[in-house]
Design a protein around this ligand. Structure first.
Ligand code: NAD
Length: 480
C-alpha cells in the first residue's frame, strides 16, 4: 500500500531550504533560509517604509489600482503559478488551474475593490462634541502560511493586508516558497513600492518564531496546525501582545440525513470532493461521514466505488485527481493511525494504488474506514490525508452530538431536502462554516474561520479581513 520510505527529503538545514517535488523526489530549488536576523532587518525596513507613507499614505484608490494590476499579472502568469504550487506541493495541476490560482486572483481583486468601501464611524455625541472613529492600518504585519494552498493562502493575507495600507512580512511554508516569491515579483512589476511586501522563506522554528516574537510586528495572521498556533499565541504574549489571528486544523463532519440519498450522484461527488480534495490535506476536509442508518449501506457502496475510481498519478498530468502526500513523514503518520484503527477492529476499504506511480512519491490510496471504535484517533485526530471514516446515526440529535465530538470546529456539510432539519443541524453544529447540500467554504464574500481549537473564527475573507489588518482610533473633538 503505497511507498512508505526514502525518497522525498527536505533535510533540515538551518541555513537552507530544499524545495523538493513530492511526486518524484527531484530537488527543484535550494534557497537561503531567512534567519532571525534577516527577519529583524526586514521588519525594520518595513517599519521605515510604513512610516515614510509611500504606501500607507496613498489615497486608498491608488493602492487599489496597484493591487488590481497585480491581479491582472497573476492572470497573465496563471500557468506559471499553477505549476509552481503543483510541483512544490504535489497538488494535481488540474486543481491548481481550476481552484487555487483563480481563487487567489479573485481574492486580490476583491480586496482591492473593497478597500475604498470600508468607512469609519461617527459617535452619537451632543452638539458640542465630534467623535470620529477611524480605521487605520496596523503598520508592520506578518503572515505565516501552510503548504497545502500556498498561493491561495498568500492571497487571502496579501489582499486585505496591503489594501488596508500595511507593510506585510510573508513567510511561506518550508516546502512551498516559490509561488509566494513569484507573487512578490509580480507585485513589484505592478508598482508596489519596495519594502511593502517582503517574502521570507524560512524554517518555522527560526523565521516563524522570529516573526511571532518580533516587537515591530503589530499583527500576525497564521494558517497552519493547532500545535504551532498555540506556540505562536504564547510567543505573541511573551513579546509585544501583537494581535494574532489563527486558522488551524479540522476534523469536519459530513452529515447525511435519510433523505440525502435523493441527491444521487451529486451527493456522492460532493462527498468525494470533501474527502479527497488535495489528497485530504485540506483544513476543511470532510473526513468524518455521519450517515443515517437507513441509507448507510447504499451510501457506503457508492462512496467507496467512487473513491476507487479516482485517478491517482503524476500531479503534472491534467487528468490526475490525486497526487502524493507532501512527504514520507506524512505518509507514516497517516499509515500509523489507520493501522492502529485496523488493529482495534475497524474495517478498511481501499482499492490500493496503481502500479505505475512515480517511484519516490509518498502516495497513499483513498481510504474509507467503518466500524472505528469510539474515541479512536482515526475519529478524533486530524490526519491530513485521504482517509475518511463512516459512522451511522439514527436521530438528528445523535447526529449533532457526533458532529460536535471533536476538539475542532472548522467546517461541516449537511445533506437533506428538509430545510427545517438543515437549519436545525446548521445551528446545532459547532463550526465556523456549515454548507448545506454541497461541500463549500462559501465564496470570497463570506467570512471563513474555525471555532474551538480550529481558530478564532471568521477572520479571513469578506470585509471581516479588514478588521484583522486595521485598528480603530477615536478622535474626540470639542467643537464649541
Ligand atoms: P504547520 O503548523 O506545521 O506549519 C504552518 C506554518 O507555520 C509553516 O510556515 C511553518 O514554517 C510555520 N511554523 C512552524 N513552526 C513554527 C513556529 N514555532 N513558530 C512560527 N511558525 C512556525 O502546518 P502545515 O503542516 O504547513 O499545514 C497543515 C496544517 O494547516 C493543518 O493542520 C491544516 O488543517 C492547517 N490549515 C488550516 C487552514 C485554515 O484556514 N484553517 C488552511 C490550510 C491549512
Amino acid at each position: 500500500m503505497g511507498t512508505g520510505g526514502g525518497g522525498v527529503s527536505r533535510q533540515e538545514s538551518p541555513s537552507m531550504l530544499r524545495v523538493v517535488n513530492p511526486a518524484t523526489g527531484e530537488l527543484i530549488a535550494t534557497l537561503p533560509a531567512a534567519t532571525a536576523d534577516d527577519v529583524a532587518k526586514a521588519a525594520e525596513q518595513a517599519r521605515q517604509v510604513f512610516e515614510a507613507g509611500v504606501w500607507s499614505g496613498l489615497p486608498v484608490r491608488e493602492r487599489a489600482a496597484v493591487l488590481l494590476r497585480l491581479a491582472a499579472l497573476m492572470e497573465r502568469d496563471a500557468e506559471i503559478l499553477a505549476r509552481l504550487d503543483s510541483e512544490d506541493a504535489g497538488k494535481p495541476i488540474a486543481e491548481c488551474r481550476a481552484g487555487d490560482v483563480p481563487g487567489a486572483v479573485e481574492a486580490i481583486r476583491w480586496f482591492a475593490e473593497a478597500a475604498d468601501k470600508v468607512f469609519g464611524r461617527l459617535a452619537p455625541t451632543g452638539r458640542d462634541d465630534l467623535g470620529l472613529i477611524s480605521r487605520e492600518p496596523v503598520g508592520v504585519v506578518a503572515a505565516i502560511l501552510p503548504w497545502n494552498y500556498p498561493l491561495a493562502m498568500a492571497a487571502w493575507k496579501v489582499g486585505p493586508a496591503l489594501a488596508a495600507g500595511n507593510c506585510l512580512l510573508l513567510k511561506p511554508a518550508e516546502a512551498t516558497p516559490r509561488s509566494a516569491l513569484h507573487l512578490a515579483d509580480l507585485a513589484a512589476e505592478a508598482g508596489l513600492p519596495e519594502g511593502v511586501l517582503t517574502v521570507l522563506p524560512g524554517h518555522g522554528p527560526v523565521a516563524g518564531t522570529a516573526l511571532a516574537r518580533s516587537s515591530v510586528v503589530g499583527a500576525l495572521s497564521f494558517t497552519g496546525s493547532t500545535a504551532v498556533g498555540r506556540r505562536i499565541l504564547k510567543d505573541a504574549a511573551d513579546s509585544n501582545f501583537k494581535r494574532v489571528s489563527l486558522e488551524m486544523g479540522g476534523k469536519s463532519p459530513q452529515v447525511l440525513m435519510a433523505d440525502a440519498i435523493a441527491y444521487g450522484d451529486e451527493l456522492i461527488d460532493g462527498m468525494i470532493e470533501a474527502a479527497f480534495l488535495t489528497m485530504g490535506q485540506n483544513c476543511t476536509a470532510g473526513s468524518r461521514v455521519l450517515v443515517h442508518e437507513s441509507i448507510a449501506d447504499e451510501v457506503l457502496a457508492r462512496f467507496t466505488a467512487a473513491a476507487k475510481k479516482l485517478v491517482i498519478g503524476d500531479p503534472a498530468h491534467p487528468r490526475t485527481q490525486m497526487g502524493p502526500l507532501i512527504d514520507h513523514a506524512a505518509f507514516s503518520r497517516v499509515a500509523k493511525v489507520v493501522e492502529a484503527a485496523r488493529a482495534d477492529g475497524a474495517r478498511i476499504h481501499t482499492a490500493g494504488l496503481p502500479d505505475d506511480l512515480p517511484a519516490l512519491g509518498a502516495y497513499y490510496p483513498p481510504t474509507v474506514i467503518t466500524q472505528a471504535p469510539e474515541g479512536s484517533d482515526v475519529l478524533t485526530k486530524e490526519l491530513f490525508g485521504p482517509v475518511v471514516t463512516v459512522q451511522t446515526f439514527t436521530t438528528e440529535a445523535q447526529a449533532i452530538r457526533m458532529a460536535n465530538a471533536t476538539a475542532y470546529g472548522l467546517a461541516a456539510s449537511v445533506w437533506t431536502r428538509d430545510l427545517d432539519a438543515a437549519f436545525r443541524l446548521a445551528r446545532g453544529i459547532h463550526a465556523g462554516v456549515v454548507s448545506v447540500n454541497c461541500y463549500s467554504e462559501g465564496d470570497i464574500t463570506a467570512p471563513f474561520g474555525g471555532w474551538k481549537e480550529s481558530g478564532f473564527g471568521g477572520a479571513e475573507k469578506s470585509t471581516n479581513a479588514f478588521e484583522q489588518w486595521t485598528r480603530e482610533k477615536t478622535v474626540w473633538i470639542r467643537t464649541r
